[in-house]
Design a protein around this ligand. Structure first.
Ligand code: DQA
Length: 138
């Protein structure tokens, strides 16, 4: 089983960025724990602040991995190009948001990505990434 977590813009600042919304843990720290807890799967992590690099990564993994867990950050609400990339690949994608975007500003309520993703995990903090892994495992 080969799964990749892809995080988009500003998610490299997890732990420092608006901790009242996104918590105090860095993603690197959380990811190490995930690798410890799921030693039997190949779990990769990629983060980029650039839309094109996220699309390139989706193309690279999208015909050989078993699952993609994608938090595209603010590109969720703007990027038809990332939606097209998800539609173009074979690997199923689960969209994750750490915060509950539906209790936040109206511009966060629309996702270009949801219609082409297999499912969503929203508002459950970093735990959402693990829940997505467990879905792929089952
Ligand atoms: C986010 C929600 C987005 O609206 C925001 O732009 C992010 C993070 C989340 O994980 O809650 O960068 O995707």
């Amino acid at each position: 089983m080969k799964i990749i977590i892809i995080n988009g813009p500003n998610l490299n600042l997890l732990g420092k960025r608006e901790p009242h919304i996104y918590g105090r843990q860095s993603f690197e720290e959380y990811f190490l724990k995930l690798q410890e807890d799921y030693p039997h799967i190949i779990l990769h992590y990629f983060q980029s602040n650039s839309e094109g690099k996220i699309i390139d990564k989706l193309h690279e993994v999208g015909f050989s991995y078993d699952g993609v867990i994608l938090n595209a950050g603010a590109y969720t609400h703007t990027s038809i190009a990332i939606a097209d990339a998800i539609a173009a690949i074979r690997t199923p994608v689960i969209e994750v948001h750490i915060s509950n975007v539906y209790e936040r500003e109206a511009f966060r309520h629309h996702s270009y990505l949801s219609p082409v993703c297999q499912g969503l995990v929203v508002g459950l903090g970093l735990k959402g990434y693990e829940l997505a892994i467990r879905f792929f495992l089952e």
